[in-house]
Design a protein around this ligand. Structure first.
Ligand SMILES: NC(=O)c1ccc[n+]([C@@H]2O[C@H](COP(=O)([O-])OP(=O)(O)OC[C@H]3O[C@@H](n4cnc5c(N)ncnc54)[C@H](OP(=O)(O)O)[C@@H]3O)[C@@H](O)[C@H]2O)c1
Length: 222
């Protein structure tokens, strides 16, 4: 679409490779750290003077036994910090830079599991449910500031994250197809994008929530 794309991540080598392969600019950083959020935004301010679209994409997906896992405490805090707190604090910090754009937007990458609790991953779906609610409240609150709030809710996508799923009964969406659909949605001003099987998950959660929960309870993980 002719935009300058700036990508972030913690692993500087992985980030440099991705930047080389895609032609994106890269800024290494951990979005859970306030100082990294400030540095990422001030680097963008210095180089570009504005931010048109903030994409809150970083996320982790942890399958574990809440009672038996010795690292459960650390996992609970990490998953909430990356999936829930960081997108909100980064969005709050980015507001002045977004307001330098003529048509600013924030895009949250949520998930279809915002609509169903998935027992094998005790915290993940809760973080996505929180983002789903916050996307709606921020859409309302940021409208007077001229900032559009989008949320994309993908189904299972064929990325590193999904390799933890043992069950092959999920139809994995190709990342390129997902990105195409999301960009198309942003272009058409579709603020809530239910992608692939997420549409069925949303409606099943209304019509047959217990059945849907039982289906997700069968998911097996490596
Ligand atoms: N894959 C799926 O089936 C699926 C389905 C629905 C929704 N989603 C959502 O889609 C988003 C992207 O997931 P993915 O499938 O691409 O996962 P992925 O393959 O595991 O990639 C996650 C990305 O997030 C970055 N990241 C993680 N923690 C970070 C942090 N603290 N600071 C900065 N960057 C961080 C990682 O880079 P570094 O490790 O270098 O930091 C990596 O580039 C997530 O929000 C996920 O919840 C995924």
């Amino acid at each position: 679409m002719g935009n300058t794309v700036i990508i972030c991540g913690r692993d500087a080598d992985k980030l440099a490779t991705a930047a080389r392969e895609t032609g994106a600019q890269a800024i290494a950083g951990d979005v859970t750290r306030a100082e990294d959020q400030d540095r990422i935004l001030s680097d963008i301010q210095a180089a570009h003077g504005r931010l048109d679209l903030l994409v809150n994409n970083a996320g982790i997906f942890l399958a574990y036994d809440f009672a038996a896992d010795p690292d459960a405490l650390q996992k609970i805090e990490r998953e909430i910090a990356i999936n829930a707190t960081a997108p909100l604090t980064l969005t709050r910090r980015a507001l002045p830079l977004l307001q330098m754009s003529a048509q600013p937007g924030v895009l949250f990458i949520g998930s279809g599991v915002a609509f169903v609790a998935s027992p094998g991953t005790p915290v993940y779906s809760g973080t996505k449910a929180l983002i789903h609610h916050c996307a709606q409240t921020l859409r309302h609150q940021l409208k007077p500031h001229g900032i559009a709030v989008f949320e994309a809710l993908p189904p299972v996508v064929d990325t590193d994250m999904a390799t933890v799923l043992k069950s092959d009964n999920f139809k994995k969406m190709k990342p390129a197809d997902l990105v195409r659909d999301i960009l198309d949605g942003v272009r058409r001003d579709r603020t809530e994008m239910l992608l692939g099987q997420s549409r069925q998950i949303k409606w099943m959660s209304r019509i047959a929530p217990a059945f849907l929960f039982r289906q997700f309870a069968k998911t097996e993980f490596h």
